[in-house]
Design a protein around this ligand. Structure first.
Ligand SMILES: CN1CCN(c2ccc(C(=O)Nc3n[nH]c4c3C=[N+](C(=O)[C@H](O)c3ccccc3)C4)cc2)CC1
Length: 315
């Protein structure tokens, strides 16, 4: 939505823009987050060409601790640093009074994981997602990740659940939209939050869950897992295995099985992302080149969007 660019481009990226609360109207609840709630809302006459702009409003419950307030603001600071079509835009904040709001670009398609799971072939369903569409969504996220990489920012939680879609229909664009994990590392009570149960172990490389080492190559590993989520249409990785099973399995060389009927060229990218030696994993620029080649490869484009038939209840 070009209006977002207009609003956010006018203001230097590092500064948070305080938006007058009276220009904001909350319409409906979109979802509940760990932090607070996310509403769809409208922003009144912020720029010349539109009278009302639809936005997403992230709220911090009024009775939050000082730490939660600081963490909440940190998320706005982080998101405001980025200006890229595959990273959710921050239009401004309402921080002067309670409840505090972060005003974000509205992405109406919901999260990527839910979309993938809802796209699974059903008996009566006629429209299936094509491989081409899945590769395009993968490229969207890879481009967003490359922007973070260029800014030397490590996300730490690249996963389908943290990406949002502009729409579910044709022309959908995927964007990185949750920075909760990278925000938490700035939090004074990070160690309380980061208890093993809270960490996205199934998306993490060995050096991260064994030694706490996080670099852009951590995000490359996670992107490989996101590719696996993409081509299994939203399965939980390592189905049926616990986090400690996975730490044992992965640190001794085990890897996710390639999604069923998934073309070799795509599987190859996942395997490259899961190299146990972080520096050997590809850059996001290289990943983008490899995905672009998938778009030229008929073996990829004509492959059926296979659905792995795991015996597991939770898929
Ligand atoms: C079939 N229907 C289709 C429509 N659907 C929705 C469900 C949820 C949303 C939604 O939350 N959209 C958002 N737009 N911008 C932001 C959002 C969330 N943000 C956040 O910052 C949230 O924290 C966040 C971030 C990443 C992923 C999820 C939530 C920023 C939109 C449509 C429901 C099912």
């Amino acid at each position: 939505n070009p209006n977002y660019d207009f609003i956010t481009a006018k203001y230097p990226e590092q500064q948070l823009r305080e938006i007058p609360r009276n220009k904001l109207k909350l319409i409906r609840l979109l979802g509940q987050g760990a932090f607070g709630e996310v509403y769809e809302g409208t922003l009144k006459n912020m720029c010349a060409n539109v009278s009302e702009l639809s936005v997403a409003v992230k709220t911090l419950p009024a009775l939050s601790t000082q730490q939660a307030e600081t963490d909440f603001m940190m998320e706005a600071v982080i998101i405001s640093k980025f200006m890229h079509k595959n990273v959710v835009k921050c239009l401004g904040v309402c921080f002067e009074e309670h409840p505090r709001y972060i005003i974000l670009e509205l992405l109406e398609g919901g999260d990527l994981k839910t979309f993938l799971r809802d796209s699974r072939p059903k008996t009566d369903q006629h429209y299936f997602l094509s491989m081409k569409e899945l590769v395009h969504l993968s490229l969207d996220v890879a481009n967003g990740c490359r922007h973070l990489e260029e800014k030397h920012f490590v996300h730490r939680d690249i996963a389908a659940r943290n990406c949002l879609l502009t729409t579910r229909g044709e022309g959908r664009i995927a964007k990185i939209a949750d920075f909760g994990m990278s925000r938490d590392i700035y939090s004074a009570d990070y160690y309380r939050k980061s208890g093993k149960t809270m960490l996205p172990i199934k998306w993490m490389p060995p050096e991260a869950f064994l030694d706490g080492v996080f670099t852009t190559k951590t995000d490359v590993w996670s992107f490989g897992v996101l590719l696996w989520e993409m081509f299994t249409l939203g399965y939980m990785p390592y189905p049926g295995q616990t986090n400690s099973d996975v730490m044992q399995f992965v640190s001794s060389g085990g890897r996710l099985d390639p999604p069923e009927k998934c073309p070799a060229r795509l599987n190859k990218i996942m395997i490259l992302c899961w190299n146990s030696i972080a520096d050997i994993r590809p850059t996001f620029s290289e990943i983008i080149e490899l995905l672009d080649m998938c778009l030229q490869d008929d073996e990829v484009l004509n492959a059926p969007v296979g659905l792995c038939h795991f015996a597991m209840a939770e898929s």
